[in-house]
Design a protein around this ligand. Structure first.
Ligand SMILES: [Zn+2]
Length: 293
């Protein structure tokens, strides 16, 4: 049986090798795509176009993981479309989570706008998420928020693992927030245990750069909070730092939306290449930048 199976597999493996050689990847190489976005603040404009683009990327790539970097809600009740109306807030929060479930998000690093809870509505909406809620440096002491996980692990088709550490910001009732960079240092061991070590943060661009200087074990930092549009991800101390813009805190149907795309190439389990670009949506059509990875 064994020999006949390997005989049957031989042409398949041969074909795979040819395909990999053709795409410039060796047989031991694997490519990972991290989709990321942040700071939508209750708006999911042009969602049909975004969904079509996500489906295209998932169809064309085997290892795609979609991570949100926080502030999907708006905490200031005066800036809601119906100011101070908690029912409106609850509906909008549920809409954001339901949309993210439909689009197949794989994780969120919660932002300060998620930590500043509104009665039970913030928790009730977040608990509907079909993906992990991450914040390694946040300890929850109220039952008005769900528990957050410090990190999650994704596995590729080839059996490589990606650890994603969540870091957040903001001090509110019912949460104890620890220093994000000091916290990240405590999770350095994840770089040893996994092939790729990613921080999904909601601490802002300047802090992301400081994090890259302090924790070079990270391969990639996906950021939020400062609404920084890095059309091309930057390399800081060997760490790829990416952030995909963000919108204002007021409802705005014209607000552009952004989808970051980071590509990582592994060779024998080692990251040999990484780059990131941001796709902009100002209508249903995706504006894919030249040289998009
Ligand atoms: Zn924020």
């Amino acid at each position: 049986m064994k020999s006949s199976r390997s005989w049957a597999m031989a042409p398949v493996l041969g074909a795979i090798t040819i395909i990999l050689a053709f795409s410039g990847l060796s047989a031991s190489a694997e490519e990972i795509v991290l989709l990321h976005d942040n700071d939508q603040h209750f708006d999911f404009n042009f969602v049909d176009g975004i969904e079509a683009e996500i489906i295209r990327i998932r169809d064309e790539n085997p290892n795609v993981f979609h991570i949100n970097c926080g502030d999907i809600f708006v905490r200031h009740s005066a800036r809601w479309e119906e100011p101070d109306n908690l029912d409106w807030y609850a509906n909008q929060a549920r809409f954001m989570i339901e949309t993210m479930n439909r689009l197949g998000y794989d994780a969120i690093a919660v932002g300060n706008h998620e930590l500043d809870h509104r009665e039970t509505h913030t928790r009730d909406a977040l608990e509907q998420a079909e993906f992990p809620l991450l914040a390694a440096n946040v300890e929850v002491t109220t039952d008005l928020l769900p528990e957050f996980k410090p990190y999650t692990v994704f596995e590729t088709e080839g059996g490589h693992t990606i650890a994603v550490l969540g870091l957040s910001t903001g001090s509110f009732d019912g949460v104890i927030r620890l220093d994000p960079i000091e916290t990240a240092k405590e999770y350095r061991y994840l770089a040893e245990e996994h092939d790729v070590f990613v921080a999904a943060t909601h601490i802002g661009y300047t802090a992301d750069r400081r994090l890259a200087e302090a924790v070079p074990e990270l391969d990639v930092i996906l950021g939020g909070h400062s609404h920084t549009l890095l059309e091309e991800a930057e390399v800081v101390n060997g760490v790829l730092v990416a952030q995909a813009g963000g919108g204002g805190h007021y409802p705005d149907p014209e607000k552009p939306m952004y989808l970051g795309v980071v590509r990582i190439t592994l060779e024998d389990g080692v990251v040999v290449d990484k780059a990131g670009r941001v796709i902009t949506f100002t209508g249903e059509e995706a504006a894919i930048p030249a040289g998009a990875p």
